[in-house]
Design a protein around this ligand. Structure first.
Ligand code: SF4
Ligand code: SF4
Length: 169
């Protein structure tokens, strides 16, 4: 495992954030056809370049949002009730989202591996959410661009998308 230099990506993200926010806003408003197809292609390219097991920064510095179904599933795995599991590990934030009490995530194991991988929260399974059907809405809401300070893949994704489509928007 070659640890990713997350700080290097963070510096690049800080330098480029304003420009990338502007670009993603443009993407969100664009009515151009074929954007989702390009997004799917760029998504594949990103994962050839960034390996999450060399990073795990989202598990170290961010928290997933848990659905009630997630909590029930993971609690059952540990033979705990919803309440027991919630009080041990979780809290509710000001947006009424159920999140981890602490970072790094309590389920992050050795070698950057998730110890509950097959039953992890759906938010973790979908993160960093590049290929959602509501991509334009997410672009307008700045969801992906807000993650670039933490997530190298999100930065690389937006850079690659920008290189591919900015002139055609
Ligand atoms: S549940 Fe697993 S994938 Fe999700 S944040 Fe925790 S360690 Fe990471
Ligand atoms: S999703 Fe992003 S922050 Fe999480 S491990 Fe992969 S590259 Fe790192």
């Amino acid at each position: 495992m070659a640890e990713l230099n997350v700080k290097k990506y963070q510096r690049r993200a800080a330098r480029k954030k304003k420009d990338l926010v502007k670009f993603m806003r443009k993407v969100g408003k664009s009515t151009k056809r074929g954007i989702l197809k390009t997004v799917a292609e760029v998504d594949k390219e990103v994962w050839k370049e960034v390996a999450c097991l060399d990073c795990a920064n989202c598990c170290k510095k961010m928290t997933p949002t848990y659905t009630r179904k997630d909590v029930n599933r993971i609690a059952a795995h540990f033979k705990m009730t919803y309440k027991e599991f919630y009080h041990k590990w979780l809290k509710t934030d000001t947006n009424k989202d159920i999140i981890n009490k602490k970072t790094p995530c309590q389920f992050l194991g050795k070698d950057n591996k998730c110890t509950i991988y097959s039953i992890r929260p759906s938010d973790c399974a979908g993160f960093p959410h590049f290929t959602r059907k509501d991509f334009r809405y997410q672009a307008q809401e700045k969801t992906i661009v807000n993650n670039i300070s933490y997530c190298p893949a999100s930065l690389v994704f937006i850079e690659k998308l920008q290189a591919r489509i900015e002139d055609d928007l």
